[in-house]
Design a protein around this ligand. Sequence first.
Ligand SMILES: [Mg+2]
Length: 303
Amino acid sequence: MRLRSRFDALLLDLDGTLFRGHEVIPGAPEALSGAPEDAQRLVYVTNNASRSALGVAGHLRDLGFAATEDEVVTSAQAAAHLLAAELSPGSAVLVVGTDDLVAEIECVGLQAIRRFNGIAPAGVVQGHNPNTAWADLAEAAYALRAGAVWVAANTDATLPNERGLAPGNGSMVAALRTASDREPIVAGKPFAPLMEDALTRAKTRSALVVGDRLNTDIDGAHTVGLESLMVLTGVSTLEDLRTQPADRLPTYVSDSLDALNHPVADTAPIPADAQDIAAEIAARLREHPGRAIPVSAPPAADD
Ligand SMILES: [Mg+2]
């Protein structure tokens, strides 16, 4: 049985899994297009809070993926849902982020503001925006000192781009953490809110998390008790598995997304006491080209 056929839904990471920056990962659209006989739900799950679900779906379609707006779940949406649950309707929320994040805040019945005079906002929401400046962080710091609920879309320290690793939202969150002596609630992967939003959208808990990063995608799968496939097309490498805690390993590892369309390699999971997990998996990947390698037992079904 094909790996993907064992699940009712795939929760797909974007950057490093489907594309790298502006370039599609070769074979990725084809790997996902072969719809199984049963209707499998594809949910595109992104920590990037700078663009709307509509914008993300458009980018995916430009790259050859058959994505629709309602199949995209963003950390901006998860952050807005968190604030809507915490605050009364119409509450003012100071936005450090893009206009698309402003739109998500307004979409859940909260009032988005950029500056405040005197009356402290009830919430602060923080997502990546390349134009965030000191003045924006200062407004947020005043609001946090005045007791506003603080939600960060994600805490990714870095943001890969064509020139290298730029500061991600987590680096800007770190500045506010230092300035305010507060800790944010985090919406994005590896935390539960975005993962739960994705499961709600998938309308099933029979879902496989597919992603390239151990500290977001794979840890996020463990947060909500799901199986995961780590693809080696992005940030995390086999070497990184050496420092990943034994109870937070991916369920499977593969060279590419197309392993979804084949049975899992017929080989025992890597023993927990393996001398060198990276070398063990590399050897199995060579022995079973195109297949996913079982690495660890599926997580317990509780969450
Ligand atoms: Mg990724």
